[in-house]
Design a protein around this ligand. Structure first.
Ligand SMILES: [Zn+2]
Length: 98
């Protein structure tokens, strides 16, 4: 499963993202999304993270920066109940607390 989990950083822009950003774990699990090639999966993980920001922080401003890094290891612990479910209904997002 590790190959389908991305750590996504979301910020207003690249500069501000160094100081203040939100980080999410995005797990791609549905057929539609796991079938994509690497680049598209990364892009999808970013899109899902943006949707999560809009849902979790309705007053958040524009998002100009996203960066996705694929996790190479499995999660050490079960992250528990997700904070956001993607519109596909299967892919899951957890907020990463600093
Ligand atoms: Zn999905």
């Amino acid at each position: 499963m590790a190959e389908s989990i991305y750590l996504v950083t979301v910020g207003v822009n690249e500069e501000l993202a160094q100081i203040r950003s939100n980080r999410f774990l995005v797990e791609l699990r549905c057929d539609e999304h796991t079938r994509l090639d690497d680049g598209d999966r990364e892009a999808t993980a970013c899109e899902i993270a943006k949707d999560a920001v809009k849902q979790l922080y309705p007053i958040a401003g524009p998002i100009g920066y996203t960066e996705a890094n694929r996790l190479t290891e499995s999660l050490r612990a079960d992250p528990g109940k997700e904070d956001y479910t993607a519109t596909c209904g299967a892919c899951r997002v957890w907020l990463v607390l600093p």
